[in-house]
Design a protein. Sequence first.
Length: 318
Amino acid sequence: MKALRYSDHLELTNTPFEARDGEALVRVLFAGICNTDLEIVKGYAGFHGTLGHEFVGRVESGAPGELIGKRVVGEINAGCGRCELCGSRDPRHCKDRTVLGIKGRDGAFAEFLSLPAANLLAVPDAISDEQAVFIEPLAAALNIREQVELSSGMRVGIIGDGKLAQLIVLAVAPTGCDLTVIGKHRERLALAERGGANDARLFSERAQVGALDVVIEASGSAAGLQAAIEMTRPRGTVVLKTTHHGATTVEMSPVVVNELTIIGSRCGRFETAIEFLLRRKPDFTSFISERFDLDFGVEAFKRAAEPGVLKVLLKMTS
């Protein structure tokens, strides 16, 4: 099959493939390139193999009968199935987990992928293929609401205006909080306001924003993390939502002096994201910058890395 793989460089290859023993074989329809994928090709996570974890596909075999032939998305963490976390249906932190396209498991930038059938969720007919690609990152955005209580009147900030930040706006705005987005691109800030932000400001104007109850760092930069710490009120909360390759130098004294709570936030539950899509029916058209066939996957990565670009989708051609 065709697959977009990374070793010391990114290339489209023809590679042998079969589903892992006891797992489902999924034919990939669409997949999305995210910042984690871009960081992996810089060395983040030390992953070598087929990239990609945001996808929608169709089940070919290896799953219960009701899923065969159905469109599905897949939880990206595959746990050991034996530990306490896996027993509570939460393999996201299983120490022996593999992660689709990130850790120990080939991913979705290919014609086929393999996942345990338990990881797969059927996509309702009311959700299009292109909407379904957003279920994984939308679930990650909604996970913030499981970790931090957000309510009407709370002052909440988002640092960043990229792909994930825009989804966080959609996830957080319905709580009724007073939401401010800080970014570097006027057109993206305007998109955030259309998505539900009460205010959107350039990064250079952040000093005008007073102390916030909760600040969500979604820029993936050291400057963004420092700004999040500085903009949070005493005993407020900073949520770290992005990963990036390399060490980060940050002045931590305000964390101690202001007694801040710092929360790491990663993957969310797909059921929550599917329910959100069905209820809210967000239009992702403006979130998609470009679409490429898998044959042009290397070019798609270059495009996704350009400043100002939001989501780039890969369409499988087989």
